[in-house]
Design a protein around this ligand. Structure first.
Ligand code: ADP
Ligand code: MG
Length: 346
């Protein structure tokens, strides 16, 4: 067995990376998902050095001294900060490698999953980032296609498959057939905007400031896209804007649903918009087989029910929405030759 380990140490491990705005997931060929961490990098602005990446960096948000900033390099589904994205990608690629210095001929093949709206310049930036992090070959796959593969939809067949991926920064709706995207909508409204809407509601209504992580927790615990059978409430701690002191308030699930209604409505509208632009034959496939919800936003309670009511089409939530894209990117990596001839992705 030690021999196998030694031999394996000579070769880079091929990886697929779901570079999300909120979370980055790493899939290693033959192993599955080995890491899932927030897409956050903490940087010391005095020395320009990376202090931490991932979960450790996220826990620093709002808690760092002035010279350390926590950066989310992927914002609104695009690379907002190239250099930081590069550091993050190399951190994740290296983390997936056996503990041994990478030799030139043992460099891994890397698949990076990108939002479908990215420009050619951004695509090149992602590939360059992967190459400079040690990739022998860097390939990209569009996120909705990866989500569809992850949800086991027949993407390479002449059949309409619809996916709705609600992430942190973007929502991507796509209708896929024969490996390509036939109709899609990509909007820069998703989970983060719900968190922001919750913070601003609490601030306006109670004159209490809460952090983004508290707002996100409220969304997960109380949020919904449709009235709940049993409404709920929770205590929240924030800072009273009038006295400057900590204050505890009680908020209800109805209130949170109201607070996030604008971003939720925008997601519903994006789905309807894609359906409106779907060619008739494919629309009939979607009517029969429904759409699949992926991304962490798919976990917002009753988002499926809301979409079902508003579109009249069956809605399924992917088995593990947060992992769906990474699993799909990984499957693409493992069966790359088969997919590459069928997909239009680079
Ligand atoms: P990305 O692909 O952009 O990194 P993810 O697919 O990882 O995004 O989803 C992250 C988003 O999902 C975040 O906005 C997070 O708050 C949200 N999310 C995760 N779990 C839940 C939940 N239970 N209810 C509502 N939203 C959730
Ligand atoms: Mg995603």
């Amino acid at each position: 067995m030690a021999r196998v380990g030694a031999i394996e140490g000579l070769f880079g491990r091929d990886v697929a990376i779901d570079l999300g705005t909120a979370n980055t997931l790493v899939f290693v060929k033959g192993r599955g998902i080995v890491a899932s961490e927030p897409s956050v990098v903490a940087i010391n602005i005095k020395t320009d050095k990376v202090v931490a990446v991932g979960a450790t960096a996220k826990s620093m948000i709002g808690r760092t001294p002035g010279n350390i900033v926590a950066v989310q390099p992927m914002r609104d589904g695009v690379i907002a900060d190239f250099e930081v994205t590069q550091s993050m990608l190399s951190y994740f690629i290296r983390k997936a490698q056996p503990r041994r210095r990478l030799l030139p001929r043992s460099r891994p093949r890397v698949v990076v999953c990108v939002p479908s709206g990215v420009t050619d310049v951004e695509l090149r930036a992602v590939k360059e980032a992967a190459e400079s992090a040690g990739a022998r070959q860097a390939l990209t796959i569009e996120e909705p296609v990866a989500a569809a593969i992850g949800a086991e939809l027949p993407v390479t067949e002449a059949q309409g498959s619809m996916v709705v991926d609600v992430g942190g920064g973007t929502t991507e709706v796509a209708l896929i057939s024969m490996g390509g995207i036939v109709a899609n909508s990509s909007i820069r409204t998703a989970g983060n905007h719900m968190d922001a809407a919750i913070s601003s509601h609490i601030q306006r209504h109670y004159k209490v400031a809460i952090g983004t992580q508290t707002a996100e927790q409220l969304k997960m615990e109380l949020g919904s896209a449709f009235p709940l059978a049993e409404e709920d409430s929770a205590e929240v701690r924030g800072r009273d804007l009038l006295t400057g002191l900590p204050k505890t308030i009680v908020v209800t699930s109805e209130e949170i649903r109201g607070a996030i209604s604008a971003p939720v409505d925008a997601i519903v509208a994006a789905v309807r918009d894609t359906l409106n632009r779907t060619p008739p034959e494919l629309a009939s496939d979607v009517m029969d087989r429904g759409m699949v919800l992926a991304g962490g936003g798919a976990l917002l309670r009753l988002l499926d029910e809301r979409l079902r009511r508003e579109t009249g089409i069956p809605v399924h939530v992917a088995d593990d929405p947060l992992m769906c894209v990474a699993v799909g990117s990984g499957r693409f990596l493992e069966e790359i030759d088969q997919y590459r001839s069928a997909l239009s992705s680079g």
